[in-house]
Design a protein around this ligand. Structure first.
Ligand SMILES: Cc1cc2nc3c(=O)[nH]c(=O)nc-3n(C[C@H](O)[C@H](O)[C@H](O)COP(=O)(O)OP(=O)(O)OC[C@H]3O[C@@H](n4cnc5c(N)ncnc54)[C@H](O)[C@@H]3O)c2cc1C
Length: 374
């Protein structure tokens, strides 16, 4: 195994983007992934490249603006694996937030996108909605805002990043569990095939273990200034039936009797419904609970009742674990911003979003120790 000067631990989208960016700037990089790259949180998202309209409500303006810039960049640079998706935000007689609040939010959301949109948000009357989305629950429907966000083929876009990183010279070592790190740049690695444990020394180590970032520090007896809240999010995927055409428009909706937001989206020929938010620990299995299944089927029943029978019979589930940097806010409104901790030759990153993985990598590499010469 040829070792480079920087070791990146974790082959999710954040670790891959960091490794790629370091290699682009002339560093020699080895990436260690305990299983397969892109098989954890980064393959279980809602597949949106978005600013997160709902984060505006919580005042995370800088994060939304950055995410919208990054959305535009993915769509511009990798159009073969992502596209613009029209979304409907239906407004009903009885719902938590008034229609005007969304109108203000969408004005700001589109404004922050700085002219990169295929069209600005517009108001649709119920008969126009029926044309675009005939299956949407129409009882009490006052109208809908139509706006745009980005959607990715998550596997393909992640694969593209992996390929770019390898072309830039990153050595990827899958099946390599990093058991311990030190602040001097040392790693203890156990390979899953042979079970053999080896020690390596690097100039720098980046801990990009996503939900496991704090666990790796604790295991290595390095105090973490950051606490992570781990939040399971589950999704339901439903194939269309011959009698039920897949809508071209996505839905951005309030979860009934809650302020939470959920999505019902066309995704690679199926209906994708999500997500839930359930706090859990690292040691519990990351899989959908009966309560989450009920919640997601409830969303289908409420907004797309014609889809309920096929969702019950043929729906498939997947779940992911979101690492959220702990704040005083509740889990829904806590910021998705990332944090970095430096301990000697070890840098750890916490949190983040798929959409902003490239800018997070650039921010990390723009700072010490990586802003000098390799
Ligand atoms: C339900 C849900 C929906 C989401 N929807 C969106 C969305 O629509 N848009 C968006 O922008 N973001 C979304 N996100 C957020 C986004 O998915 C995450 O921010 C991102 O995928 C995190 O990537 P990561 O690389 O930090 O973590 P991961 O993808 O989990 O990668 C960490 C990697 O580290 C490896 N690892 C851990 N410990 C070790 C070790 N000791 N040795 C070696 N390897 C190790 C793991 O195996 C894993 O592969 C969503 C998240 C969830 C959970």
């Amino acid at each position: 195994m040829t070792l480079g000067r920087v070791a990146v631990v974790g082959g999710g989208i954040n670790g891959l983007c960091i490794a790629w960016e370091l290699a682009r700037r002339g560093w020699s990089v080895s990436l260690f992934e305990q299983n397969r790259c892109l098989a954890q949180t980064s393959s279980a998202s809602t597949k949106l490249l978005h600013g997160g309209l709902r984060y505006l409500e919580q005042g995370h303006l800088a994060l939304v603006a950055e995410s919208l810039r990054e959305r535009g960049r993915w769509l511009r640079d990798v159009p073969q694996h992502c596209h613009w998706l029209p979304l409907l935000l239906p407004i009903y007689k009885r719902q938590r937030r008034p229609g005007w609040q969304w109108r203000v939010g969408l004005g700001l959301y589109d404004g922050l996108a700085l002219g990169q949109l295929p069209g600005s948000a517009r108001w649709l009357k119920p008969d126009e909605i029926r044309q675009l989305h005939p299956q949407l629950q129409s009882g009490g429907l006052l109208g809908a805002w139509q706006f745009w966000d980005g959607q990715m083929d998550e596997q393909a876009l992640g694969g593209w990043v992996l390929d770019q990183a390898q072309r830039a010279g990153v050595e990827i070592h899958e099946g390599c569990d990093v058991r311990e790190v030190t602040t001097k740049g040392e790693l203890t690695v156990q390979t899953s095939v042979s079970g053999i444990t080896s020690n390596y020394a690097f100039a720098w180590v980046v801990n990009a273990c996503g939900p496991w970032a704090v666990d790796l520090l604790e295991r290595s007896e390095i105090p973490s200034s950051v606490k992570l809240d781990l939040v399971r999010g589950s999704h339901l995927l439903v194939p269309p039936s011959p009698a039920l055409a897949l809508p071209k428009q996505g839905l951005f909706v309030e979860v009934p009797s809650s302020r939470r937001i959920a999505f019902l989206l066309p995704y690679k020929g199926e209906l994708l419904v999500g997500t839930t938010e359930e706090a859990q620990t690292l040691h519990e299995p990351v899989r959908v609970s009966a309560a989450e299944q009920k919640q997601l089927l409830g969303l289908v029943e409420h907004y797309l009742p014609a889809w309920l029978p096929i969702a019950q019979q043929q729906g498939r589930w997947f779940s992911g674990l979101r690492p959220i940097v702990r704040s005083r806010a509740d889990l829904s409104s806590a910021s998705r911003e990332a944090d970095v901790q430096r301990d000697g030759r070890l840098l750890s990153i916490f949190g983040g979003k798929w959409t902003t993985a490239r800018s997070l990598a650039e921010q990390l590499v723009n700072r010490a120790p990586f802003n000098g010469q390799p």
